[in-house]
Write a protein that binds this ligand. Sequence first.
Ligand SMILES: *Cc1c(COP(=O)(O)O)cnc(C)c1O
Length: 398
Amino acid sequence: MKVEVSERGFFGEFGGAYVPEMLYPNVKELQQRYRAVIDEVGFQRELRELLHDYAGRPTPLFKARKLSARYNTEILLKREDLLHTGSHKINNTLGQILLAKRLGRTRIIAETGAGQHGVATATVCALMGLHCVVYMGEVDMARQALNVARMRLLGAEVRGVSSGSKTLKDATNEAMRDWIANPHDTHYIIGSVVGPHPFPDMVARFQSVISAEIAQQCEERGGRRPTHVIACVGGGSNAMGAFYHFVDDERVKLIGVEAAGCGLASGRSAATTALGKSGILHGSRTLFMQTSDGQVEEAHSISAGLDYPGIGPQHAYLHVSGRVSYVSVTDQESLMGARILARDEGIIPALESAHAIAYLSQAELTPEDRVVVIVSGRGDKDMETYIKSFGEGISDEI
Ligand SMILES: *Cc1c(COP(=O)(O)O)cnc(C)c1O
């Protein structure tokens, strides 16, 4: 099967562009122009150069020997944590800033939760000399003070959002409002495969460099394709990028790992495919966690990047069609995953990525398998959580 977007922006029943009338001209222009702009040879060349020289691509595909021995299989880690700014988010922000320039935009807005997407956006705006405004819930600003400081040092204006729960979904609403008010000079860089068409398809294309590299790197190692590709899912951009070139090859098992938070039945979770229902969230039809009267439910995860109540429409489609298996891992299990990766391989992962690692302990794998796990980001931003969680036990056996 394929995850091709339809003319009107759908993947099966999911996707589309459900936006207020005021936003329609902006979205329409993007829909009409994004493919021509990003497929153009000069654009591709400039993006390739920036990904290589500025962001640090290609990222290594590292054979994790001790992790492989632990789970009695072959485990290869795709090291997105080694990229500039510390995660895969830079793949998308570089692509979108080049698009914005070609559309003649001079001002960039973005929403951010944990601050990783905000930092990646502030970074590319500094690089390209464009004015940058990042919307962030006040609760998140307090939790992620370091990333707020990074964005400001990079020259971005961080605007606190005090409505609703003062977190990511409120910041997203505020960014949408800004875009409506400033349709002519402003481009909105959305941080995952979510939002109205064309964002999910466009962001997936920018992140698809991950699976293009994996395919090539496997080719260089004797040509054997992965049997499994495993990635964590917040909105789903690193996972979509990692699955992209493998979706049509049914031999490759694709596994998305969601955050179960305190447990699926706890009421404090972010496991959308297990708990969500179909509806309209942030401009597209997708699955998200809802109250009985259809309101967006608060999500919980120990990792701020997975703490989102929905998933992108491609993932909703891949879930319903059965092509991708979605599983979940709790806060506690993810902490264990982080510790295992640190001790076995000398790599401290972001808490988001630790979910993908933690899933290895439940997966049914054989010595003949070749398992690629995406390390979507590095763990520096999560040190406070690691210290709090492990406390005195930081040196415990794993
Ligand atoms: C933002 C983030 C995620 C979650 O976003 P996706 O769009 O699901 O990839 C995962 N890992 C890291 C390190 C992040 O910063």
